[in-house]
Every structure is written in C-alpha cells, then in structure tokens.
Write a protein that binds this ligand. Structure first.
Ligand SMILES: *Cc1c(COP(=O)(O)O)cnc(C)c1O
Length: 400
C-alpha cells in the first residue's frame, strides 16, 4: 500500500458520534457533524449521519459538493461565511449557510430566486472570540433583512467561540445567545429552529451546565474525529482517539553523531534546533514532511522521539527499535496534523468499515488515491471568483 497514508476507522467515527449524540440528546442538543478536517469525505460524513448527526457542515464548497453524493436528505451547511463571489454556487451546493454580512445575504437571496431554491440562513453573533459575528445590537436588523428575502429562510442564530482568541463557552456567553434568540423570536414573531452554541469547545459547558437555555445544536468536528476537546486537547471519556493513523515509510536508518558539526545558522524552516546528548543516536528518516503533515501535531510510537522535520523528511531517534529501511512507522495525529494530512495531495486516505452497510462501499476497504484538484461543474473552484455568476451582482449572466 502506498505511503504516506492515513487509515481511517469509520466504525470508530460512527461510535464517537453516537456516544456524543446519546450524551447531548437528553440535554435537548442535536449534533451537526463537521467534515472540514477530512476534505469533506463522504464516507466520514455517512459515518457521522449513521451515528446520529442530524446534518453535516463544512467550511468549503468543494467539500460540500463531495458530500452531495450522500443523497438529498442529508442537510449540508456551509459553516464559513459565503464568499460574495460564490453566492450562486452556495445556494446550489448547500442547503444552509452561516452568515454575518448583509451584502452576502442579498446575493444569496437573489441567487436562490434565480435558481429556484430556498436557502436556510443561520445568523452568527459575535460573543467575544472576535472572529465572525454580527454585533448583538445589530442582530434584530439583520434578522429582519433575512425575513424580507422570500427565498431565504431564517432558521436560526449561532455563535463561534474558542477559535480566534480561545474564549471559553460558559453560562454568561451562552446565556447571552439564549437571550438574543428569544429577542429575535419576540421581535419578529418567528420560531428559530436552530440555536447553535458552537463547536467541540462547547462540550464541556453543554455537559455540565445546569441550564442549556435555548441552545439546541452544536457543530462538532474534532470531538467526533479525534475524541478530544479543543480547549485543553484532552481525550473525552468514552471516545476513540485513534480513528485516524498515519503510516510513513522508512528511507534511511543510520547510527549518527548526536551533535551536528560545522558552523550553524537557521534551518530550512527558520528554526534553531537544540540537539542534546553525546555519542551517537540511531536515526531513521521517514518519507513524510511538511508537504504532508504538520510535524508539531504528530505523535510517534512509544520509545521513539522526533528530532526534526523539513519539507519531505521526518527524522526520528528510534532507539533500540528494530526498524529497517522499507518498514512503516505508525503515528498518531493531532488536529493540525490531521488537517494537513487529509488535505495534502501526497497522502492517500484509506477508509475501513466493518460494522454496517451504510457508506459508499459497505463492509469494505475503500482506498482513495490522493484527491485531484476539486472541480465543480468542470471548473476548478480554486482558480478565480465566479465572475459569470449573476448572483455576485456583476458581469453578464452565464450558463447554468
Ligand atoms: C471548524 C468549525 C466548527 C467545528 O469545530 P471543531 O472544533 O472541530 O468541533 C464549528 N463551527 C465553525 C464555524 C467552524 O469553523
């Protein structure tokens, strides 16, 4: 099998989802599974849905279009504010999106009319982490502008914490979200279906608070995928933390001096590494590097330590391990390393599934060769804004 590769245990992902759903359901909270760290893998999305996620969300349109293959009944939410230039694609690929900008809402509303769709909108509120969000005192007006758009449906409000500045979800900020939800409902005479409290960092609050208020949904990625919570990166009791494993191949094993020689300046990546020890170390090089993973998030097997990483090489002190050229070494992945490994075109992804017939290839091992550049409607999404998209409000109307 090709290396480097990530092997993915879909059963563990399904079980993690089920465990979280079972814990949150008695508290009145639903789970939306977030697939962005996995390049929108349909197999992983299906495992989340089998585990009880009510829908899927991703930050990228390309990933959401991969998930479209799961069938029309699975809701797909774009969880990053849509680019104005992509409004037309957003209403075609996603049923719903998280939003903060009036110009984008206008474009989504126009695009939804044009493509004869209804698009669901969740308005994101700023509650202190200072990434995306509408100021609380502008929320009522924003809700009104969604309600004025016939092709848009105001389905809820939400917030995102703990990403930009590590602000911890607590009774104060979640209470504020509840208060804002009630305010929107009273002022506009509507009923919000979704009050989305946040991401995996909300689990600690959601499982321990005396009162979840109106919060009825969380958007969970890391907790499902890695079984960890992002505030302290600790394992969550009862969840699998090894659904993803990275395998890389050894290309050199040598006894080398512990200390480099010659004048020393910075490394390829601007570091000044300290080498400790004297004598020699048994050093192995893996054919994996920063093109493939974030070395900081890699966890080598017991008894093996990382000495350094460059673009294409990961250097290990393998001690007494009987490692030889051609062997594979298994490494565990933290969130950053997972994201890089799942998005690198050099890494193969293999999804295993035993338990159920649910995903694209039931009971089988499905091998995904490195993903080629993603295209939507034969056009690379990555190249340029969709200038022919009439919903973007400029340029001439183009073909559908
Ligand atoms: C990434 C993201 C999530 C999921 O975060 P996890 O920590 O992986 O659970 C939820 N909401 C938004 C807006 C995100 O960008």
């Amino acid at each position: 099998m090709s290396a480097p590769r990530v092997e993915i245990d879909l059963d563990k992902i399904e079980q993690n989802t089920r465990t979280l759903v079972d814990r949150l359901t008695p508290r009145g909270i639903r789970v939306t599974g977030i697939t962005k760290a996995t390049l929108g893998s349909p197999g992983i999305g299906a495992a989340m849905v089998s585990g009880g996620a009510v829908g899927l969300g991703d930050s990228r349109l390309q990933n959401l279009s991969r998930l479209a293959g799961l069938g029309g009944s699975t809701s797909r939410t774009l969880i990053r504010s849509p680019m104005l230039s992509q409004a037309g694609q957003v209403v075609r690929v996603a049923n719903a999106s998280l939003n903060t900008e009036r110009a984008v809402l206008d474009a989504l509303g126009a695009a939804a009319v044009r493509y004869r769709r209804t698009h669901d909108v969740v308005l994101m509120v700023e509650l202190g982490d200072l990434r995306e969000g509408i100021p609380a005192d502008e929320l009522l007006a924003a809700a009104g502008s969604v309600l004025d758009r016939p092709a848009l449906r105001l389905v809820g409000i939400g917030t995102n914490l703990a990403c930009q500045n590590g602000v911890v979800p607590d009774d104060a900020n979640m209470g504020e979200l509840t208060r804002l939800a009630l305010q929107v409902e009273h002022a506009h005479g509507v009923c919000l279906e979704i009050v989305s409290g946040g991401n995996s960092a909300n689990l600690g609050w959601a499982m321990t608070t005396a009162d979840v208020g109106r919060i009825d949904e969380l958007r969970l990625g890391e907790a499902i995928l890695l079984g960890t919570e992002p505030l302290h990166r600790t394992p969550i009791d009862g969840l699998h933390t090894d659904a993803f494993r990275l395998y890389a191949e050894v290309i050199e094993v040598r006894e080398k001096p512990a200390q480099p020689w010659g004048d020393r300046a910075q490394t390829a990546f601007g570091e000044f590494p300290e080498r400790t020890g004297t004598g020699t170390v048994r050093q192995a090089i893996l054919a994996v590097g920063r093109h493939d993973v974030d070395p900081e998030g890699l966890i080598p097997p017991a008894g093996i330590t990382m000495l350094g990483a460059s673009s294409d090489h990961l250097v290990l002190d393998v001690g007494d391990h009987p490692i030889a050229v051609g062997d594979e070494v298994e490494l565990a992945l933290g969130y950053g390393a997972l994201v890089r490994a799942m998005t690198s075109p050099f890494v193969t992804h293999i999804e295993h599934q035993r338990l159920q017939a649910m995903a694209p290839s039931a009971g089988a091992v499905e091998e995904h060769e490195p993903v080629p550049p993603l295209v939507l409607r034969d056009r690379p999404l990555a190249t340029a804004p969709d200038r022919r998209d009439p919903a973007a409000g400029r340029g001439r109307p183009g073909p559908r």
